[in-house]
Design a protein around this ligand. Structure first.
Ligand code: PEP
Ligand code: MN
Length: 361
């Protein structure tokens, strides 16, 4: 039987609202905290689903690991008071059973679970036959196949309403984000599942309060279906993810601050202008491709020359000179050092591969 929230709306109907806003604390801490959060979120009039973690997968032992099953009662209490459907994270078969037993409206699979096919399969097996929406977060590491695999496993278990949550990816080195968004990966997922809902989780991407607004805006500009943002009645005192949580009232300000755009507009002029610009980009991309092809042909020639004269492929001085020159030119053209480095690394590697092929043929 379809779960009924009130006379008019089923959970599937609630989830089909656009933009869909999911909010609530990183973790359920106490019954009072859950109920006050829900009440204040409800009062904003902007939130559709209440979230809270009751089992928290923590990277290191000794951190707060969640209140466990009793938290579901607190959430259901909050739901009774506010009418907001509730969502929790599940990571094991037992957690799924408990969530289903207590009629939790929406389940999500966390990033630390999506990375592990054994765990995802266990969750999927426990879901078999259930009629509950399942949202699947991207895996911690930037591996689209794991995300796809999780969707396939949950779909094979017969779950009809599957959605995606993009929460960013762990990356080597410092970036301004806690989890680098790598938007292109989420966009590729959208391309593979054009009809599947995808919401963005600016909280876990940002890891702090300052970036929330701009990450949310970017997601909406990219036509995401909604946002999942963590909120807490007293963010600084939160038992987990304190730095990134905001009060329900601040959440409302952030949502008000977003410029809600749509992917297409009926204004023909705009569509035509956009098409033209995209055309130009396609042309330039084609030209770049041609030029890169030509560049590699020259690399092949150099390879032949080096082979015939017994010279090593990699000549560090030459490479440093190329990079220095590129940084200077790039700077004048408004291209970041980071981009230039990545671009030249890729070109250089391809060049070396070409020369290698020539020299060892
Ligand atoms: C969370 O939503 O609080 C959480 C643990 O997120 P993630 O799985 O994205 O790290
Ligand atoms: Mn969190």
């Amino acid at each position: 039987m379809e779960q009924t929230l009130n006379a008019a709306s089923t959970i599937d109907e609630v989830l089909s609202k656009r933009p869909l806003i999911i909010s609530g604390p990183c973790s359920a801490e106490t019954e009072e905290q859950v109920i006050e959060t829900a009440t204040r979120l409800k009062a904003t009039g902007k939130v559709d689903v209440l979230r809270a973690g009751i089992w928290k997968p923590r990277t290191r032992p000794g951190s707060f690991e969640g209140v466990g099953t009793k938290g579901i009662n607190w959430l259901n209490q909050a739901k009774k008071i506010t009418g907001l459907p509730v969502a929790i994270e599940v990571a094991t078969g037992k957690q799924v059973e408990d969530a289903l037993h207590f009629d939790v409206d929406v389940l999500w699979i966390g990033a630390r679970t999506t990375v592990n096919p054994f765990s995802v399969q266990e969750v999927a097996d426990a879901l078999r036959g259930a009629n509950v929406p399942v949202l699947i977060k991207n895996p911690i590491n930037p591996d689209l196949e794991l995300w796809l695999g999780a969707v396939e496993r949950v779909a094979k278990a017969g779950i009809k309403n599957i959605g995606l949550i993009h929460r960013g990816f762990s990356s080597y080195g410092n970036t301004e984000y806690r989890n680098a968004p790598m938007w292109h990966l989420a966009i590729e997922m959208k391309r593979r599942f054009p009809h599947m809902m995808i919401v963005n989780d600016p909280s876990h991407i940002s890891g702090n309060r300052t970036l929330l607004q701009s990450v949310s805006q970017k997601a909406i500009d990219l036509d995401y279906d909604g946002l999942m943002i963590e909120s807490h009645i007293d963010p600084d005192k939160a038992w987990s993810d304190a730095k990134q949580q905001v009060t329900p009232e601040r959440l409302a300000e952030i949502l008000d601050g977003i410029k809600w755009r749509h992917e297409t507009t009926t204004e023909r002029e705009f569509v035509v202008a956009l098409e033209k610009l995209r055309e130009q980009i396609n042309h330039i991309d084609d030209e770049l491709m041609q030029l890169l092809g030509q560049r590699m042909k020259i690399a092949d020639k150099i390879g032949e020359y080096k082979r015939d004269n017994d010279i090593t492929i990699l000549q560090t001085n030459r490479w440093n000179a190329i990079l220095d020159r590129a940084f200077q030119k790039g700077d004048a053209l408004g291209l970041s050092k980071e981009f230039i480095t990545k671009y030249y690394d890729a070109v250089h590697l391809e060049s070396i591969n070409h020369q290698n092929r020539v020299m060892n043929s």
